[in-house]
Structure formats: structure tokens, C-alpha cells
Write a protein that binds this ligand. Structure first.
Ligand code: SF4
Ligand code: SF4
Length: 140
């Protein structure tokens, strides 16, 4: 088998292949660190805060962030991996997936549903205990 057999035969991808970036949505706290550190400014994140009222008399209200939008513009991304490195919550992973060409530049901006779907292709050694079933399909 050789690369010339593609697309009839998919090439074998190494475990550390940098195909595309996958998002484990359930781990994302909308901290924005990845978007701030990305040298190309190609990550777009939108979220909102929700407050859960205290359940006891002395308790305090608690607030947390909900992710509304997470998109990466792969027409700008240079695959440096900084976003993956800086994420403090293990929400971003390298996936060996590479078949995401688009007929337009705009089509190369992939939203969290697509990024979440790519979690399925992240090698188990790379994702550790993080379950891809908790990705974008997770309706928190
Ligand atoms: S791999 Fe680099 S350029 Fe691409 S989204 Fe992450 S930080 Fe930005
Ligand atoms: S992917 Fe990681 S660094 Fe980026 S906003 Fe979510 S938790 Fe923060």
C-alpha cells in the first residue's frame, strides 16, 4: 500500500499525527486561554455564565460558564499545537483525521460539533481517561 492508493486506501496515520484538533466539550470551562495564546487568532469562543442558587441558608450562589460556540479556522491554523499545550483542562487533542477539505475558505472554519466528532479518532493513549462520548454531543 502507498500514498498513491489514496483515496481508495486510506494511509496509515502515526499515533502522534497532527491531522486536526479535536474538542472534548465537557472538559472546556470557556476559560479562553487557548484563544488568547493562539498566535494566529484562529480560535473563536463564545459562552455565557449561569448561576445556580445556593441550596443551604449559609451557602452561596455558584456560577459556571456554558460554551455556546467554539470554532477553529483551519485556513489560518498553522498546527503549532500551542492551544493543546496551554489548555489547563484537557479539552483539546490532536486527532489523526485529515479529510476535512472544503470548497471554500469559509468552509474551513469548523464548529464545536465537528471538533467534538473528531474526538472519536483521538488515539486512546492520547486521550487517557477522557471519554469521547462526552464531546460535542454532550448537551450540558
Ligand atoms: S494549533 Fe496553533 S495556530 Fe492552530 S488553533 Fe492551535 S494555537 Fe492556533
Ligand atoms: S479548550 Fe481549554 S483553554 Fe480553550 S477555552 Fe476550553 S478549557 Fe480553556
Amino acid at each position: 500500500m502507498s500514498e498513491n492508493d489514496y483515496p481508495a486506501v486510506l494511509p496509515e496515520q502515526g499515533d502522534r499525527s497532527r491531522g486536526v484538533i479535536a474538542l472534548l466539550e465537557s472538559n472546556c470551562t470557556v476559560c479562553m486561554l487557548c484563544a488568547r495564546e493562539c498566535p494566529d487568532w484562529c480560535i473563536e469562543i463564545e459562552g455565557h455564565k449561569v448561576t445556580t442558587p445556593a441550596t443551604t441558608l449559609q451557602g452561596r450562589d455558584r456560577s459556571h460558564n456554558i460554551l455556546d460556540r467554539f470554532a477553529i479556522d483551519f485556513s489560518l491554523c498553522m498546527y503549532c499545537g500551542i492551544c493543546i499545550e496551554v489548555c489547563p483542562f484537557d479539552a483539546l487533542f490532536w486527532s489523526p483525521e485529515f479529510e476535512y477539505a472544503a470548497p471554500t475558505i469559509g468552509g474551513l472554519t469548523h464548529e464545536k460539533e465537528q471538533l467534538g466528532g473528531w474526538m472519536q479518532s483521538v488515539p486512546i493513549e492520547a486521550r487517557g481517561d477522557n471519554d469521547p462520548a462526552d464531546s460535542a454531543s454532550d448537551q450540558r
